[in-house]
Design a protein around this ligand. Structure first.
Ligand SMILES: [Zn+2]
Length: 385
């Protein structure tokens, strides 16, 4: 397969140029201008399109049947030109075998990786049942030895832990976050910025202080999260966390991304490390739609396109320590390649609270997943009237 004449943006290789991409036997073998098509090669004209390493969505929910929350991995993944999705802690330890069925299902074409919740029983539902029953903040739900064993047994797909930072007696520390960090070892722990119903969580300040280099704050650009002081400036704890290498993830969701917060943080120099969606059944129709739609929103706020592409390719690959295999078109890699169209606007983009008119939007065309071409499905963005 030869992808002919697209704008190839691969931040890992510092490439942004019009070029061809050659794929043979499921691997990328060359990037360059006017490559000769080997005999029998399929040639796909992608002139005018953006060609990137396979997009990676760092935060989704994709184990249908485990609660009422999840979407099919391919709806979130290859149907929208996203080749890798990472589940954001839908499952705890005791149900991870069910989660793995979706990860391993040969009928699923998207690569699926996972952040695991450290609790024995945790699953994400609309009614927050694990919080309503107060098992998300019950230390009897933790069994560190079992969590560590599950992480090791599933080390091929578990890239980190997802902690809900509930507390028990001491309001300043979360045994659930501590357990996640212990079981994670060198792997990242993803935490949710903002509260949960029914179960109290440690303050944002205490949460920021507890995060290690490489840990991830998802929903980092939501409103009213306690990372911005009354003077409109970020708090010293937030600045210190970012300076020691805590990663900022978008995690759009239905109510967890605001243009207003993003503008304020971008102005102070805080850009996302990663762009992700938190796609689930309750936000997929609106306002989130897809990872390319979410990338369009970050692009519309003025960040350069190559940076936006990095936030959905090499950056998430680095966050989950998979940069040796994911997030680049480097020759020899498994050929996960995304192709996006740029539709000139005006494009109406909504964060769920505010609608902006952008000059253009990114629209998925298709992807190569391990060298196999998959057409994108046209999920229209909501009419954000
Ligand atoms: Zn989530």
């Amino acid at each position: 397969m030869l992808l002919r004449g697209g704008r190839v943006i691969d931040p890992a290789l510092d490439v942004d140029t019009v070029a061809d991409v050659l794929v043979e036997d499921g691997r990328t073998t060359a990037i360059g201008p006017d490559l000769a098509a080997p005999e029998g090669a399929k040639v796909r004209d992608v002139g005018g399109c953006v060609v990137t390493p396979g997009l990676i969505d760092l935060h989704v929910h994709v184990y249908p049947g485990l609660g009422d929350f999840c979407l099919h991995p391919d709806r979130v993944g290859v149907d929208t030109a996203v080749t890798t999705v990472i589940d954001g802690g839908t499952s705890g330890v005791a149900t991870f075998g069910l989660a793995r069925r979706w990860i391993d299902d040969p009928a699923v074409r998207t690569r699926v990786l996972a952040f695991m919740d450290p609790n024995q029983i945790y699953f994400a539902t609309k009614d927050f049942i694990c919080h309503k029953l107060e098992i998300a903040n019950d230390e009897r739900n933790l069994d560190i030895a079992s969590t560590c064993a599950a992480v090791e047994a599933n080390a091929d797909v578990v890239v980190g832990l997802k902690a809900r930072a509930c507390y028990t007696d001491d309001k300043q520390t979360s045994p659930f976050l501590a357990a996640a960090q212990l079981a994670a070892g060198d792997r990242p722990v993803m935490v949710h910025l903002g509260r949960f119903p029914f179960t109290p969580t440690i303050s944002t300040t205490d949460l920021l202080d507890a995060l290690r280099t490489g840990d991830v704050i998802t929903h980092a650009f939501r409103g009213a999260s306690g990372i911005v002081g009354s003077d409109g400036k970020v708090t010293p704890q937030f600045r210190a966390a970012v300076e020691r290498g805590v990663c900022l993830d978008v995690g759009h969701s239905g109510t967890d991304f605001r243009f207003a917060t993003a503008r304020a943080l971008f102005e102070q120099g805080f850009w996302p490390t990663t762009i992700s969606t938190d796609l689930n059944v309750f936000n997929v129709d609106a306002p989130v739609v897809s990872l390319p739609e979410t990338m369009s929103k970050i692009w519309a706020l003025g960040l350069p396109l190559p940076d936006v592409v990095a936030m959905a390719t090499v950056n998430p690959a680095r966050v989950v320590h998979r940069e040796h295999e994911l997030g680049s078109l480097a020759p020899g890699r498994v050929a996960d390649v995304s192709v996006l169209r740029i539709d000139e606007g005006p494009a109406r983009l909504s964060d769920g609270f505010e609608t902006i008119e952008a000059a253009r939007r990114l629209v998925p065309v298709g992807c190569l997943r391990a060298g196999e071409w998959i057409d994108a499905v046209n999920y229209a963005a909501p009419d954000a009237a």
